[in-house]
Design a protein around this ligand. Structure first.
Ligand code: SAM
Length: 265
C-alpha cells in the first residue's frame, strides 16, 4: 500500500480515509455483491475500500474529485484491471455516459461518502435511477434521519422521500477512531435496497404534499396544507383514526400515498 503519511488531507473535500480492515471487510461482506455487478464508488480516497470492492465486483467505477490522489491511487490499485477511476466531481459528472461501455447485470453504489454532500449525492443517484442497492458510510446522525421512525424528531420529508424509493436499514455503527484523520463525529453504514413501486399515482404530487406538510414543523396539516382540498384529506386521515390536527411527523408514508392518490383521483 502506498504511504499516505505525507499526503495533505483536505477538509473541504471531507477527506477522512477508512483504514480499519475489519470495517472495510464488513462493508463489502454486508453488501453481498453478486456476480456481474458493477460497483460505483464515490470518493475513492487512497483506494482502500476500492481494493476490497475490486476483489468481489465485475467492475468498479470510482469517482474522485482530488487529482492530487492520482499517484497514490495508481500505486494502490495497479494490480486490478477491473477498476476505472474518473477524476471528476461526482455531482457534475455525466455518469450515464461513463456507464455506456460496461456490460453488467447489477449496479450498486458502495462508498464512504464525503459527508458535506451526502444528500445531494443520494438525490443524484435516485434521479439517475441506476442503482438497485446503496451501501454507504454516512455521519451517524444523518443515518439516523434516513432510517427514522414515525413520531420521532428525526422523521422528516427526506426520510419519507428516501423510504419511498428504498428499504433502508443500518448495517453497523463505525467509531471515529477507524479513520485517518480522525473526524469529530461517529459514522454509520446504511443500506438502501430499491423497491419497484406502483402504489402512487403521481409522485410529484406526493412529494409536494410531503414537503408542504413539513414546511412549518410546529403547524398541523390543516395549516400546512391549506392550498389543497382539505375535505378529501380529512376523509383519508379519518380512515387511520386521525384528523387535520395531526402533524406531519405522525403520518406514515403509506398514509401520505393514500392522501396523494385521493387528491389525484
Ligand atoms: N473511500 C475512501 C476511504 O474510504 O478511505 C475515501 C473516503 S473520504 C470520506 C471521501 C472522499 O471523497 C475523499 O477522497 C474526497 O476527496 C472525495 N470527494 C469529495 N467530494 C467529492 C466529489 N464531489 N466527487 C467525487 N469525490 C469527492
Amino acid at each position: 500500500m502506498s504511504d499516505i503519511s505525507n499526503f495533505e488531507f483536505k477538509k473541504k473535500f471531507g477527506q477522512n480515509f477508512l483504514k480499519d480492515n475489519n470495517v472495510l471487510n464488513n462493508i463489502v461482506e454486508k453488501s453481498e455483491i453478486e456476480d456481474d455487478t458493477l460497483v460505483i464508488e464515490i470518493g475513492v480516497g487512497a483506494g482502500y475500500l476500492t481494493k476490497y470492492l475490486a476483489e468481489k465486483a465485475k467492475y468498479v467505477l470510482g469517482f474522485e474529485i482530488d487529482d492530487s490522489l492520482k499517484m497514490i491511487i495508481a500505486n494502490n490499485l495497479h494490480e486490478y484491471n477491473n477498476v476505472e477511476i474518473v477524476f471528476e466531481d461526482f455531482l457534475k459528472a455525466n455518469v450515464t455516459e461513463k456507464l455506456k461501455k460496461y456490460d453488467y447485470k447489477h449496479l450498486y453504489v458502495i462508498a464512504n461518502l464525503p459527508y458535506y454532500i451526502t444528500t445531494p449525492i443520494i438525490e443524484k443517484i435516485i434521479d439517475l435511477n441506476i442503482a438497485e442497492k446503496l451501501v454507504v458510510m454516512v455521519q451517524k446522525e444523518v443515518g439516523d434521519r434516513f432510517n427514522a421512525k414515525m413520531g420521532t424528531k428525526e422523521y422528516n420529508s427526506l426520510t419519507l422521500y428516501l423510504n419511498y424509493y428504498f428499504k433502508i436499514s443500518k448495517v453497523m455503527d463505525v467509531s471515529r477512531n477507524s479513520f485517518i484523520p480522525k473526524p469529530n463525529v461517529d459514522s454509520a453504514v446504511i443500506k438502501f435496497e430499491r423497491y419497484s413501486r406502483n402504489d402512487c399515482k403521481n409522485e410529484n404530487l406526493l412529494f409536494n404534499i410531503i414537503r408542504d406538510s413539513f414546511q412549518f414543523k410546529r403547524k398541523n396539516l390543516r395549516n400546512n396544507l391549506k392550498n389543497y382540498d382539505l375535505v378529501k384529506i380529512e376523509k383519508v386521515l379519518n380512515k387511520y383514526g386521525k384528523d387535520l390536527t395531526v402533524r406531519a411527523e405522525n403520518i406514515s408514508l403509506e398514509e401520505f400515498i393514500d392522501i396523494s392518490n385521493n387528491l389525484e383521483g
